[in-house]
Design a binder for this molecule. Sequence first.
Ligand SMILES: [Zn+2]
Length: 317
Amino acid sequence: MKRKRRLKKQAKLMIFIIMGIFIVMFVKYQNNWQKDNQISEVLKILNEKNYDEGTLKLIHDKLTAEEIVDLENKQKIKNLELFIKEKYYLHKNLDRYLTYFTTHPEENPSDIIALVNVSGDYEGYSHVKEADLTKKNLILVNKYNKLAQSYIPDGLFNMNLTYAYENRKVNQEVNEAFIKMYKDAKEEGYDLFVTSAFRSFDYQQTLYNNYISMYGVDYANTVSAQAGFSEHQTGLALDILTPGVSMSDFKNTKEYEWLISNSYKYGFILRYPENKTHLTGYAFESWHYRYLGEEIAKKVFDEGITYDEYYAFYLDN
Ligand SMILES: [Zn+2]
């Protein structure tokens, strides 16, 4: 009797499972059918232009309806297929990818996309926009995005002498994040120290002019920002060293190693990494960290791209 009941229970369970599988398959089939239908419509309009099937699928998957209409109204775009398959493809930049490609045919499409997305196809300090203050902690300041002379962030906080040189001011949230990072690092035997934090427009101007008189304009431009173009004016950037070590030697310290693998957990990213000067506009700075908050810092870290690239692709659309 007991056995019979158990068998009945098992049979019921089997029927449920089979029904479940059937429903999932049905929904999947319907979705695919809808999508195939849409693709075939795109195909219909665009196939006269002889795009290959893979490109048509990418056009369907990546472009907005408006962008697809725009393509329909144009002649077939030569070399579109080289670019559209790349992860960070932005259709609004297509013309610039293609222009750059004609003069640099030896470069990888993915490298061209990265460069153009961050405006690297333009000279630094040209095509300059006002930095978008509505982005708050995620604001982008670089050689194409500028802060006004009058801009001073709200709520600057004087850092405690335990953590920084005298009179180093920073955004309060950044201060708290740094203290947390400082304490965890200390527990593991690493000594961190802030040498520079918020810098006003006027202070940056003096700094930049000093670099020019010492090294000339070209070199100054790779190591220092013009006033209004420095991330330090946001109050969200810190220069972090370890006591007794110069800026140029910091990259060889265990503190640097610790920071590049752990700082994202506290919301900081290495802002000007090695070999990314063509994207960030700055030579490698092992000491310069930018606060983005834990969530976005982790995303930037996981993607392995510069913040300029991240912002262009995910936040400026
Ligand atoms: Zn810095």
